[in-house]
Design a protein around this ligand. Structure first.
Ligand code: ADP
Ligand code: MG
Length: 309
């Protein structure tokens, strides 16, 4: 049974400031005052153009980056307090990430069968060999990979899409509760794409796993997600049930996104600078007109950032 009442992850007013540069320190605020919750058995999309702070948010949930301010709770516990080796190991069994560059998640010297064997060695060492093989096989079949052909290969012999699917299979074996999937689909060919999206949704429903689906692609977000969050310059400007956000957008930035995607079919070019000055002015006027309101619940399942102060 899936318990939908308690969030697995709660993000509370999180900000991330990067400091970079050797001689002249440059401060970049990648994420600003972001709050949201991840519930079991749901797909939550984080949508925004390139540079809006999506990956930074995902990496903070994965404890790969530490918030500058605010906190992230996992089953009510602040991630910053998860410190010992055993606690960290258990955290990473339950919270898994798939990145745009899946090669970085694999040891190049290990064959795929060794990768899966390690899952058992580390987390379920008492599992007998025959059961290990059967469960590995089952997980690979679930993500549409041919076990015989995949297991004997090294990571560099597989495509990015295959490696991403291996990571989903790994999360399944681990019985992970949270999967952060950052631009998962961009490395998959068209024929595999829909299968994997359907698979992700099925996994959520059947196992209660909660997926943070990070994408710059409005169409993909609409297709997979129960809830949608729109990120603009590090802020969540609109969030709620996917149908609400897509069909009744309130924030001028969200409206602009949908204006520029007339049939929810267009893909964004990540390099494209598609926010014209007019939209920035419109956003500034919107905030000024609604001064003092902040984040407003416009319906039970839909919240909008009406003003910055
Ligand atoms: N390690 C870092 N050091 C400095 N700036 C960073 C770092 N990582 C990301 N940024 C900056 O933070 C902002 C958000 O980046 P990112 O989270 O990767 O956005 P997205 O995933 O939406 O494209 C960008 O301006 C980016 O240049
Ligand atoms: Mg990114």
């Amino acid at each position: 049974m899936v318990d939908n009442r308690q969030p697995i992850i709660s993000v509370e007013n999180v900000t991330k400031v990067f400091s970079s540069g050797v001689f002249f320190r440059t401060l970049t605020t990648a994420v600003r005052g972001v709050s949201f919750a991840m519930y079991p058995g749901t797909v939550l999309s984080l949508i925004g153009e390139s540079g809006s702070g999506k990956t930074t948010m995902g990496r903070m949930i994965l404890k790969l980056l530490r918030p500058t301010a605010g906190r992230i709770l996992f089953h009510g516990r602040d991630l910053a307090t998860i410190r010992t080796k055993a606690e960290r190991r258990e955290f990473y069994r339950r919270v898994q990430g798939i990145f745009q560059d899946p090669f970085s998640s694999f040891n190049p010297l290990f064959r795929v069968d060794r990768v899966f064997d390690l899952v058992f060695d580390v987390f379920f060492p008492d599992t007998p060999a025959a059961e290990r093989a059967a469960r590995t096989r089952e997980a690979l079949l679930q993500v549409n990979l041919n076990p015989e052909r995949t297991l004997a290969h090294f990571p560099h012999q597989l495509s990015g899409g295959q490696l991403q699917r291996l990571l989903i299979a790994r999360a399944l074996l681990l019985n992970a509760e949270i999967l952060v999937a950052d631009e998962l689909i961009s490395m998959l060919d068209a024929s595999t794409r829909m299968g994997i999206l359907n698979l992700l949704v099925d996994i959520c429903r059947s196992t209660g796993m909660s997926v943070l689906f990070i994408t710059h692609d409005l169409a993909l977000g609409y297709y997979v997600s129960d809830y949608t969050m729109i990120m603009h310059q590090g802020r969540l400007v609109e969030q709620g049930a996917t149908a609400e956000v897509y069909h009744h957008p309130v924030h001028p930035y969200t409206k602009m996104l949908f204006r520029s995607v007339p049939d929810i079919g267009r893909r964004w070019d990540p390099q494209e600078k598609f926010v014209p000055e007019a939209v920035n002015r419109e956003i500034a006027e919107f905030y000024a007109a609604n001064r003092g309101q902040g984040m407003v619940q416009v319906s039970p399942d839909h919240a909008v950032l009406m003003s910055l102060e």
